[in-house]
Design a binder for this molecule. Structure first.
Ligand code: NAP
Length: 302
């Protein structure tokens, strides 16, 4: 039986376009929270289960977006968004469009312009959790663009996770998303490389992991990253507790140890190159955080 629609914020109607693994998880969370749900997907059968529990599945995407004040899109990329929503552009005029596709900052700006040209209110977003974590109030969802949409549809968006509005620039959500994914991959690689190094002496990963994580959080995250982060904006890198030269020696030492132990040395060798660049740029007496200046310059010249 179809769920009755109401305008109260607790169960405001919502349309979800795109029912891949992530779109399905979003639709499930919204249905579970009592939102009258309308869905559209290229492969309509993926909505069978949602429809059996009250979700609506009109034949066209234009009918789907017309059913709700807000449409959440979760497709594989931005190009697909244009293709899928083109026949619904008129129906979307004056309604809110929340785009949760992954993409680049330029793609987010282009999508915001596409929506503005058609009189569609646009909010960009990025999902920071895998599908099984959608609907958990602690699961982070990043948003940027129209603050009015974020406020007006706060209850609907909060049904999927923890809403974090980053600012009016629509590209901020995907930019943060990319930065955080980069942090995730470099941290995972750091852990995997360190584990491979001790594994060369027969140490089981679980034995090393316990010590590594308990050392890493207070010593690296709390005492170094959290404490030093404000200095990055001021380009303040005092070297009294350890200079770039000292860190270069440490990285050379890690590289040599990898070679001795028969472990791939490319990762420490790359970090050694970054420290050498910092020294070439005049930061030899500064602390390791001056590598930030190397990254910023590379970004400008890319
Ligand atoms: P996906 O494979 O990236 O996207 C699947 C969706 O795109 C389906 O609805 C699919 O329709 C549709 N689609 C693909 N090509 C199409 C086309 N040419 N025309 C019309 N529809 C098309 O799977 P996903 O995991 O659901 O991801 C969706 C978005 O969420 C992506 O941008 C992804 O980066 C982001 N995300 C995913 C995760 C995750 O862990 N899965 C986590 C964070 C963010 P059909 O069903 O008909 O094929």
């Amino acid at each position: 039986m179809a769920t009755q629609q109401s305008t109260s914020p607790q169960n405001s109607p919502v349309t979800v376009v795109g029912l891949g693994p992530m779109g399905l998880a979003l639709a499930e969370a919204l249905l579970k929270q009592g939102h009258p749900l309308t869905v559209w997907n290229r492969t309509p059968q993926k909505a069978d289960n949602l429809v059996s529990r009250g979700g609506q599945r009109p034949a066209t995407v234009a009918e789907a977006v017309s059913a709700s004040p807000v449409t959440i899109v979760c497709l594989n990329d931005y190009d697909t968004l244009y293709k899928v929503l083109a026949p619904a552009a008129d129906a979307l005029r004056g309604r809110a469009l929340v785009n949760l596709n992954s993409g680049t900052p330029r793609e987010a700006h282009a999508a915001a312009a596409w929506a503005a040209e058609r009189g569609i209110d646009y909010l960009d977003g990025a999902i920071m959790v895998p599908p099984p974590a959608v609907g958990n109030p602690e699961s982070v969802f990043l948003y940027s663009g129209s603050q009015a949409i974020a406020e007006q549809h706060r209850v609907t968006l909060a049904s999927m996770g923890d809403l974090r509005f980053l600012g009016a620039d629509p590209s901020l959500a995907v930019l943060y998303n990319t930065a955080l994914l980069g942090l995730m991959y470099s941290t995972m690689n750091g852990f995997l490389h360190a584990t491979a190094l001790v594994a060369s002496a027969g140490v089981p990963a679980a034995t090393f992991a316990e010590l590594a994580v308990n050392w890493f959080m207070p010593t690296v995250v709390d005492s170094t990253l959290v404490e030093q982060a404000p200095n990055l904006d001021k380009a303040n890198y005092p070297g009294e507790f350890g200079t770039m030269e000292m860190n270069l020696n440490a990285l050379a030492h890690i590289t040599r140890t990898c070679v001795e132990q028969g472990v791939d040395a490319r990762q420490p060798a790359l970090m050694k190159k970054l420290a050498e660049s910092a020294i070439e740029q005049g930061y030899s007496g500064k602390n390791y955080f001056a590598v930030f200046e190397v990254f910023k310059k590379e970004a400008q010249s890319a």
